[in-house]
Design a protein around this ligand. Structure first.
Ligand SMILES: Cc1cc2nc3c(=O)[nH]c(=O)nc-3n(C[C@H](O)[C@H](O)[C@H](O)COP(=O)(O)OP(=O)(O)OC[C@H]3O[C@@H](n4cnc5c(N)ncnc54)[C@H](O)[C@@H]3O)c2cc1C
Length: 276
């Protein structure tokens, strides 16, 4: 709104936003920001155009979306670039200053607003419990989701670091948290009955990434050897239905249907964008 007002007053400005991290969160945010310009226009903020919004997406690795197949990631990059997003790969951000980011190759990215979307960090108090943890405060757990230091302490979801193999941990995703919760619930019941616990095995069911109203991409995985890449309208429907499946898992069928009805009503009466 500030930039829109400045532009209205004749002050030539751009809104420069830099996002660090080209994973799903960074990619989705970049697309949503571009879309938000059209929504702002609905509210009469017509001076901030897409040309005035400069979104840069900085990724340290060689490509966006490392969890998705390379072809899909390439098309996402092309789509974002066609929307005017400046996509930078293979060049990590090393410093954030008041006027923007400095990259490893000393390039400077102008930014009034910088967003960190490169990895998660568990709350600080977890590091003070005296239990083994990673640098990002995640508690190290064994295959039964017990702290490696104290088997009476369980951790699951984003706050747990559960190894898949020597190099990788279970990724911090909703599907991981869901699978861990199901495993732990079963194991607690088994323990109460004096039966042996079953080890947790992460099954990657794939990922879906929304590019706002512009598109969506993803891969659905049945197993490591059986996966299907999807994009466009089909992926957008899959993304929307996945969200509803999470709601069904949390609330059950009836409440999920009620939430869908309320969402539809809200869509008709509520503002598309929260302006305060
Ligand atoms: C922007 C964004 C987009 C994402 N998109 C996807 C996606 O598309 N697909 C996907 O699979 N995953 C996605 N994720 C990741 C997914 O949301 C998480 O992996 C998942 O929510 C982890 O579940 P959790 O229960 O471990 O943690 P959370 O869902 O974070 O739940 C933890 C809860 O604990 C509460 N809490 C924290 N500290 C305390 C405390 N001291 N006392 C009491 N309560 C506390 C928090 O308020 C929170 O409600 C996304 C994450 C983000 C941030």
């Amino acid at each position: 709104m500030r930039v829109n007002q400045a532009l209205e007053d004749g002050d030539e400005q751009t809104l420069d936003i830099a996002i660090v991290g080209g994973g799903a969160t960074g990619v989705e945010l970049a697309a949503e920001l571009v879309h938000s310009v059209s929504l702002l226009n609905i509210y009469g903020l017509t001076h901030l155009t897409r040309e005035r919004l400069k979104v840069s997406l900085v990724e340290a690795g060689p490509r966006l979306l490392p969890a998705l197949p390379e072809g899909l990631a390439h098309r996402v990059k092309q789509k974002l670039e066609s929307l005017g997003v400046n996509v930078i790969t293979g060049n990590p951000a090393v410093k954030a200053g008041s006027d923007g980011l400095t990259l490893k190759n000393d390039a400077h990215i102008d930014a009034n607003l910088m967003v960190w979307a490169a990895g998660i960090r568990a709350p600080d108090f977890l590091a003070s419990l005296g239990l083994a943890h990673r640098k990002n405060n995640q508690l190290l757990v064994n295959e039964y989701l017990q702290s490696t230091d104290d088997p009476s302490v369980y951790a699951l979801g984003d706050c747990a670091a559960c190894a898949i193999d020597d190099d990788r941990f279970v990724p911090p995703r909703a599907q991981s948290a869901h699978q861990m919760a199901a495993c732990l619930a079963t194991n607690i019941q088994r323990e109460l009955k004096g039966r042996a616990a079953k080890p947790f095995k992460y099954k990657d069911r794939g990922s879906l990434v929304s590019l706002s109203r512009f598109s969506a991409v993803g891969n659905l995985m049945q197993s490591k050897s059986l996966s299907m890449s999807i994009e466009g309208t089909l992926a957008r429907y899959a993304y929307a239905s996945l969200y509803r499946m999470h709601q069904r898992a949390l609330h059950g069928w009836w409440k999920m249907l009620l939430i869908i009805t309320v969402d539809k009503l809200n869509h008709a009466v509520k503002p598309r964008l929260k302006l305060h």
